[in-house]
Design a protein around this ligand. Structure first.
Ligand code: HEC
Length: 113
């Protein structure tokens, strides 16, 4: 009986760990997905801005030092409130969590360049 209980609690620990892990990975994927659907039209899927809209509007390479040296707060502000004439404001369209996740995504793609 004790043995069974122990096995049972091990199994549920594993299940919790698995749920946690799989949840974490879908969240990271979510932000790549959000970037692809909402941002890639102007920033290109890799953030380079190498796409017709990006070139036309003058979107900078998000992986460049110029953009990366900005603080998380500045990047968050650009996404939430927009920038210049053409970078749209996403406050109200995206949740705070999503905007935060996108800032993390922009840091990630710079590391992968
Ligand atoms: C309609 C085109 C367009 C879309 C869609 C767009 N952006 Fe932008 N974005 C721009 C342009 C153009 C700039 C540069 C604005 C400037 O410097 O005047 C910019 C600037 C930025 C900056 C600041 C970087 C810098 O140049 O200092 C960030 C961060 C950013 N965009 C993230 C995003 C994210 C994240 C999304 C999706 C949620 C997104 N953008 C969607 C056009 C766009």
């Amino acid at each position: 009986m004790n043995f069974l209980l122990r096995r049972l609690s091990q199994a549920s620990l594993l299940a919790v760990a698995f749920m946690f892990l799989s949840n974490a990975s879908t969240r990271a994927d979510d932000f790549a997905g959000v970037f692809k659907t909402k941002c890639a039209i102007c920033h290109a899927p890799d953030g380079s801005g190498n796409c017709p809209m990006g070139t036309k509007l003058g979107a900078k390479d998000l992986r460049s030092d110029e953009v990366q040296k900005k603080s998380d707060a500045e990047l968050t502000d650009a996404i939430a409130n927009g920038l210049g004439k053409t970078m749209p404001a996403y406050k109200g369209k995206l949740t705070d969590d999503q905007i935060k996740g996108l800032v993390g995504f922009i840091r990630d793609i710079a590391k992968k360049k």
